[in-house]
Design a binder for this molecule. Structure first.
Ligand SMILES: Nc1ncnc2c1ncn2[C@@H]1O[C@H](COP(=O)(O)OP(=O)(O)OP(=O)(O)O)[C@@H](O)[C@H]1O
Ligand SMILES: [Mg+2]
Length: 451
C-alpha cells in the first residue's frame, strides 16, 4: 500500500473520530468544506425537488423559440452569498418573481434533509431577499458561546440559538421579561447567566429569591439589595417604587423645555440625562415568583396585594426610570389571583423552558406566538436549559444557555464586587456580607449511617 493511501486512511479516521467525539471541531476542519460543496453542487436539483423553482418567463420562452433552441429549465432562487460560520452556513437568496419568503420557510425541513444539515431556518431580510441559516451539528447539545460577542450597555449575550446565532437580552428594547419552566428545567441557570453578564456593567442588581435565597445569596457581593422572603420582598418593592418616583422627579427638573431646546435633548428617560446626573439602571431579578402571590391568612393576602401592585407599577412605569424586571417562575397565570394577568401583559420578553402542560406554555406564549406553545411542550426532560424565547412580534427561537455553575457565577460576582452601587433608597436591603458566610446547620435529621 502506497503512502498516499495510508495518508488518506489516516485523514478519514481522524475525520470520523472528530465527527464522533468533537462535532464542533469536525465542522471547523472538514464539515464546513464538505457542506459548502454539497450545497453548491446539489443546489439546483434540491431546489427543484423542494418546489422552489419557477418556470421560465414568457420572454425567455419567446427568445428560445425564435432561436430554435430547447425549452429552458425552471430556475431556482439566485445565490447572492454563501458564508461559512463557526456552526454552519449562511446562504442569502434572491427570490424569483412569484416566490415568497413563506415558500422557503415551508420548505426548510425538506432542505435540511436534502443538504444533510442538522437544522435549517429562514428569515426575510428585505423584500425579495431571504437568508437561510443552516447548522452543521446540534449546537445546543454542548453550548459554547463564540469567543467574540458584542457587549453593549444593557444588552448582554445570554444563550445560543439553534441556528448558531447569539441570543441577547436587550433591556433597552425589551425592558421586562418573564421566564417560565417546570422544576429543574434551567430557569435559575438562565438567571445566573444574566447576573454574570450584567455583573461587569454599570448596573445595580436587586434580587428577590423566595427559595430562602439559595440561588441569589451566594452572589450577594454584586447585589445592591436582596430579599429572601415575601415580607422583605414587599418592603423592598415599595422602596423600589419610591426610588422610581425620585428618579421621575429628577427627570422632570432636568427637562426644562423651552423653545430653544432641541427635541433630541429633552430628557424623557434616564439615558437622556447628562452622565453626572444619570441614576444607575436597576435590574430586578425575581426567582420563584409564585411564592410572592400565594397566601394562607388575611395578613398574607394584604402583603400579596402590596407586592403585586408594586410589581405592576414597576412594570408599567419603571422603564423610563431605568428599572427592568426579570421574573422567573414555574407558572404565572390567573390562578395566582387578581392583577397577575395585568402584570404578565407588561412583560414583553417571554422565555419558556420545558413545561409539563399546555396551559403553562400558554402563560408564556398563548397571547403572542401560539406555535411556540407546541415547541415549549416538546422540549425533552434530559436537556435542561433548552428554552423557547419569543417576543411580542410573534417570532420565536429555541435557545440554550451555557451551563454556568454557581461557583463560576460567584467568582464573577466577587471579581466585580467593587461595581456594586450603593442606592440610598435600598440601603436597608443591602446584604450584610459577614453574615453570609455563616450557614446554619439544616434542621433535619441526618440520614442513618449505612453499615
Ligand atoms: N443550560 C444548561 N446546560 C446544562 N445543564 C443545565 C443547564 N441549565 C440547567 N442545567 C441543569 O439543570 C439543573 C437544574 O437547573 P435549574 O436549577 O436552573 O432549574 P430550575 O428550573 O431553576 O429548577 P427549580 O424550579 O426547581 O428551581 C442544573 O443544576 C443543571 O445541572
Ligand atoms: Mg430555580
Amino acid at each position: 500500500m502506497s503512502w498516499s493511501w495510508v495518508l488518506l486512511l489516516l485523514v478519514v479516521a481522524v475525520a470520523g473520530l472528530l465527527r464522533w467525539r468533537r462535532t464542533a471541531w469536525y465542522w471547523l476542519t472538514f464539515g464546513v468544506t464538505l457542506a459548502s460543496l454539497r450545497v453548491l453542487i446539489r443546489y439546483a436539483s434540491v431546489m427543484d425537488a423542494c418546489g422552489l423553482t419557477v418556470p421560465p418567463s414568457r420572454w425567455r420562452l419567446a427568445l428560445t423559440r425564435m432561436a430554435n433552441r430547447p425549452v429552458p429549465e425552471s430556475r431556482p432562487p439566485r445565490i447572492l452569498r454563501l458564508r461559512p460560520t463557526r456552526t454552519g452556513l449562511v446562504v442569502r437568496l434572491k427570490l424569483r418573481p412569484g416566490q415568497d419568503a413563506f415558500d422557503v420557510s415551508a420548505a426548510c425541513d425538506r432542505l435540511r434533509h436534502s443538504f444533510a444539515m442538522y437544522g435549517v431556518t429562514s428569515r426575510e431580510l428585505r423584500s425579495g431577499v431571504v437568508e437561510l441559516r443552516m447548522t452543521g451539528y446540534d449546537v445546543l447539545k454542548r453550548v459554547q458561546m463564540p469567543a467574540k460577542v458584542e457587549r453593549e450597555p444593557m444588552r448582554v449575550p445570554v444563550a445560543l440559538r439553534e441556528d448558531g446565532a447569539v441570543h441577547y437580552r436587550d433591556y433597552r428594547t425589551v425592558p421586562h421579561a418573564l421566564t417560565l419552566g417546570a422544576t429543574k428545567s434551567g430557569k435559575s441557570v438562565y438567571q445566573r447567566n444574566l447576573v454574570t453578564e450584567l455583573a461587569g456593567q454599570d448596573v445595580a442588581l436587586v434580587g428577590i429569591d423566595c427559595k430562602q435565597g439559595v440561588e441569589l445569596f451566594p452572589l450577594a457581593r454584586r447585589f445592591s439589595a436582596l430579599a429572601d422572603n415575601p415580607d422583605t420582598a414587599a418592603d423592598l418593592l415599595d422602596a423600589l417604587v419610591q426610588h422610581m418616583e425620585g428618579v421621575y422627579q429628577l427627570i422632570r427638573t432636568e427637562q426644562r423645555i423651552t423653545a430653544d431646546v432641541p427635541d433630541a435633548e429633552i430628557a424623557a428617560d434616564i439615558f437622556d440625562l447628562p452622565d453626572d446626573l444619570r441614576p444607575v439602571p436597576i435590574v430586578v431579578l425575581v426567582d420563584e415568583v409564585a411564592e410572592l402571590a400565594l397566601f394562607a391568612t388575611k395578613e398574607e393576602e394584604k402583603r400579596r396585594d402590596r407586592i403585586i401592585t408594586a410589581l405592576a407599577r414597576l412594570a408599567q412605569l419603571g422603564r423610563a426610570a431605568g428599572i427592568y424586571l426579570e421574573i422567573c417562575g414555574q407558572r404565572f397565570g390567573s390562578e395566582l389571583g387578581k392583577g397577575i394577568t395585568m402584570l404578565r401583559a407588561q412583560l414583553t420578553g417571554r422565555t419558556a423552558h420545558r413545561v409539563n402542560d399546555e396551559s403553562s406554555a400558554n402563560m408564556a406564549f398563548g397571547d403572542i406566538a401560539p406555535d411556540a406553545v407546541l415547541a415549549a411542550i416538546q422540549i425533552p426532560t434530559d436537556t435542561p436549559g433548552i428554552a423557547v424565547a419569543g417576543d411580542s412580534s410573534g417570532g420565536w427561537a429555541r435557545i440554550r444557555t451555557p451551563h454556568t455553575t454557581l461557583r463560576q457565577a460567584v467568582n464573577v460576582c466577587n471579581r466585580h464586587a467593587d461595581r456594586t452601587p450603593d442606592l440610598p433608597a435600598l440601603a436597608p436591603f443591602r446584604p450584610v456580607l459577614p453574615n453570609l458566610t455563616k450557614v446554619p446547620a439544616p434542621a433535619v435529621e441526618p440520614a442513618p449511617a449505612t453499615v
